[in-house]
Design a protein around this ligand. Structure first.
Ligand SMILES: O=C(O)CCC(=O)C(=O)O
Ligand SMILES: [Mn+2]
Length: 188
C-alpha cells in the first residue's frame, strides 16, 4: 500500500487460543451500546464496545472511563507488544453481533494517539471484510479479517488512508475486534 505501513498475520493466534479468548471475552466483558451523534441526531452505535486500560478515552463528545486490565487482556497485550516492538496502554473492544453491525469510514486520529500512531488489531469470531481507501489517490484495498488474525497499521497509514468494516447481507455470527493503542492523555 502506498503512503502506509500495514502488516498482517492471518494465523497469528493458534486456533485453540483464539477459540478460548473469543468465548471468554464474549461472556466476561461488560459490553455497552453507546449513543453517537450523527448529523445532529443522536442514535445508538451499530455495535457494542468496552474500553480497558490506563486512560479515559474521549470520542464524539463522550468520555469513557477505562475498565481495569483483566488477565487475558494483559496477556494478549504482552504478545501484541512483542510482535510489534511497541508498547500499548489501552485496548478498545468492539463486538459486531451480526452482519448488520458495522463501523463506518474513519481514521484513528484522536489527538491523544499523537502523530503516526501504531494500532494493532486482533480479530476473533466471524470473518469480516475490512476496507481501506485513499481519497487522494482514489485507491482501495480489502482484507478479510479472520479468527485469530493480527493487523498492524503504523507510520503514515492514518494520515492517508481511511478504513471501515462494512455491513454484510450474508448470515454472519458474532465477531470481536480488539485494537491496542498508546494514548497520551491531553492535559485539558
Ligand atoms: O473491527 C475492526 O476491525 C475495526 C475497528 C476499528 O477500526 C476501530 O476500532 O477503530
Ligand atoms: Mn479504526
Amino acid at each position: 500500500m502506498p503512503d502506509a505501513q500495514v502488516d498482517w498475520w492471518p494465523e497469528w493466534l493458534s486456533a485453540g487460543c483464539a477459540d478460548t479468548l473469543f468465548s471468554t471475552l464474549l461472556a466476561q466483558t461488560p459490553w455497552q451500546q453507546l449513543p453517537i451523534s450523527l448529523f445532529g441526531r443522536t442514535v445508538m452505535q451499530p455495535r457494542l464496545l468496552a474500553w480497558y486500560g490506563d486512560h479515559p478515552y474521549t470520542y464524539s463528545g463522550l468520555t469513557l472511563q477505562p475498565l481495569p486490565w483483566t488477565h487475558p487482556l494483559r496477556q494478549l497485550k504482552g504478545w501484541v507488544e512483542a510482535q510489534c516492538q511497541t508498547s500499548f496502554n489501552t485496548v478498545l473492544l468492539n463486538r459486531y453481533r451480526s452482519g448488520s453491525d458495522y463501523m463506518g469510514w474513519h481514521r484513528d486520529d484522536e489527538p491523544e494517539l499523537g502523530e503516526q500512531p501504531t494500532i494493532a488489531s486482533v480479530s476473533l469470531g466471524a470473518s469480516r471484510r475490512f476496507l481501506f481507501r485513499h481519497p487522494k489517490r482514489q485507491e482501495k484495498r480489502e482484507v478479510l479479517l479472520n479468527h485469530g488474525s493480527l493487523l498492524v497499521m503504523r507510520g503514515t497509514t492514518q494520515t492517508h488512508w481511511q478504513h471501515s468494516l462494512p455491513k454484510t447481507q450474508k448470515p454472519t455470527s458474532e465477531r470481536i475486534n480488539l485494537t491496542f493503542r498508546f494514548l497520551t492523555p491531553s492535559d485539558k
